[in-house]
Design a protein around this ligand. Structure first.
Ligand code: FMN
Length: 263
């Protein structure tokens, strides 16, 4: 894999209308993908571009705490899939009735179907004992790694590559499968591949699991509770029902703690 991918970097610091539209387009058309993976291999230079985009995320104190374990071998994917199956069986037991049936029908991973899996880790000791900006909020290294993952997700979408984040895994067991050292934290397990189709909306929305919260219910003016929209009481967790555009049979309530959607 080339370590110097050919990435276009514009010269004058301005974005044209077309470029700006492309940025928003990739944000809105990014999807978590678990199906429709094609066998088409991801070329090394494309993967290098995506990983380099991830590596250009912001990080606390410029810590760059991430590493990427790139998995192509089927035996490794199979071992991780087994971990998923075990954890998912336990996760399914949290739900009852129609919700349990719906949960079991969800496709929540594409580990073996995706040509490449990537485990993203966070090395919490990188940068030494005192990382600039991290003394008060220790978890800023984790936040930084999530920024890298989002870059990876968006760059992949721009390349026509789907990414599915699988969090229904025992990270301790996965570290043993992948030989990840004890102090290094697993942040994400991602399935990557070209796909035949990107859905227009989240799968969980189309199956009626949960709907998108209108953004104006989440924007507070100066202090908590003064919604920009002037509607609601500022606590989106208490908003009871979401319009589900008629697709879900259930009337969706906000899922309280302990009834979280997968992941
Ligand atoms: C931290 C994180 C963990 C996730 N874990 C899973 C998972 O284990 N299985 C799954 O099917 N989707 C998982 N997802 C995907 C979410 O379900 C998805 O992002 C959400 O439904 C919105 O859909 P979208 O990404 O297509 O916009 C995860 C997403 C995030 C950010």
């Amino acid at each position: 894999m080339s370590l110097q991918p050919n990435i276009f970097i514009p010269g004058n610091g301005q974005f044209s209308d077309h470029e700006r539209a492309a940025v928003y387009r990739v944000i809105f058309e990014r999807r978590d993908v678990r199906r429709n993976f094609l066998r088409t291999p991801i070329a090394d230079d494309v993967l290098a571009r995506i990983l380099t985009a991830a590596h250009h995320a912001g990080s606390v104190g410029f810590m760059q705490p991430w590493d990427f374990v790139v998995i192509r071998q089927h035996a490794t994917k199979r071992a991780v899939k087994r971990l998923f199956e075990k954890t998912n069986t336990q996760a399914a037991m949290r739900y009852e009735g129609a919700r349990a049936t719906l949960y079991r029908s969800l496709m929540l991973e594409g580990i073996e179907e995706a040509p490449i899996n990537i485990c993203v880790t966070c090395s919490r000791q990188r940068g030494g004992r005192h990382v600039l900006g991290r003394s008060t909020v220790r978890d800023t290294d984790l936040y930084s790694t999530c920024c890298a993952i989002q870059n990876l997700w968006l760059a992949s979408r721009a390349e026509g590559i789907g990414v599915g984040w699988v969090s229904i895994l025992d990270h301790g067991a996965m570290k043993r499968v992948l030989g990840i050292p004890r102090p290094v934290k697993v942040l994400a397990y991602l399935c990557l591949g070209y796909v035949s189709d990107f859905a227009k909306e989240p799968d969980l929305e189309s199956v009626g699991w949960r709907a998108r919260i209108p953004v104006d219910q989440l924007i507070h003016h100066e202090s908590w509770g003064n919604l920009i929209s002037g509607s609601g009481d500022g606590n989106a967790d208490r908003e009871v029902r979401h319009v589900n555009r008629g697709r879900g049979k259930e009337r969706l309530g906000r899922q309280r703690a302990g009834k979280k959607a997968a992941g």
